[in-house]
Design a protein around this ligand. Structure first.
Ligand code: ZN
Length: 208
């Protein structure tokens, strides 16, 4: 992660001051998510070994599924035992695209990333031994998060989502409606122009 950080810094340094400024005022992109993942792993999940490549990215703007974790099998490698997860399988964590919106507090995103990491720690979509039959068995994930210092952030996340989530996803819906309306307007302008052309033709070439 640090190497990645340095690489980005170097690239931006080469590009000049303007880009350097952009780097110090980072937007929420996949690199930002990766830094977050590494920070949470190093500070809250440091006892969990990272046996395979784990990547994280923003996905579609999902309103209910805020995060997900899955395994990508690399076909280049021969799978020795079916059903067993090997180190060369890549784990991919996907975070809802709504979290790019800067109104969403970072704490809310942290908890979602930690939730997916808890699944990894329990052996779901990871090469680690599976600790339970189902990923959410008996509130397993929340207990894990509380044990790892997320009690306050969990409470905050729950309340924030209850109070604000509708606004965040509602704005997107409103934008979509506005777009649709303007498309309708464009169609009516087009229709008006056609009518005008027909009228001009009729005036110039009156039917006898
Ligand atoms: Zn889950």
């Amino acid at each position: 992660m640090f190497n990645n950080f340095m690489r980005r810094a170097e690239i931006n340094y080469d590009l000049g001051k303007k880009d350097l400024k952009r780097y110090y005022n980072p937007m929420r992109d996949n690199g930002w998510l990766e830094q977050k993942l590494n920070f949470i792993w190093n500070n809250h999940f440091f006892d969990i070994p990272r046996h395979n490549e784990v990547s994280i990215k923003f996905g579609q703007k999902a309103s209910t599924r805020l995060g997900s974790i899955k395994l990508i099998q690399n076909s280049k490698f021969k799978i020795q035992n079916y059903g067993k997860v090997h180190c060369h399988h890549r784990t991919l964590i996907t975070i809802t695209g709504h979290f790019i919106d800067e109104r969403v507090p970072e704490e809310v995103i942290d908890v979602v990333i930690a939730h997916e990491l808890a699944h990894y720690a329990h052996g779901f979509f990871s090469p680690l031994p599976q600790l339970a039959r189902y990923p959410h068995h008996g509130g397993l994930v929340d207990t894990e998060l509380k044990n790892r210092g997320f009690t306050e952030k969990l409470k905050f996340q729950k309340k924030w989502l209850k109070d604000n989530w509708k606004d965040v996803i509602g704005t997107t819906l409103k934008h979509r409606r506005t777009r649709r309306r303007s498309r309708k307007e464009r169609i009516s302008i087009f229709q008006f122009l056609i009518d005008l052309v027909i009228l001009i033709i009729l005036i110039n070439f009156p039917m006898t």
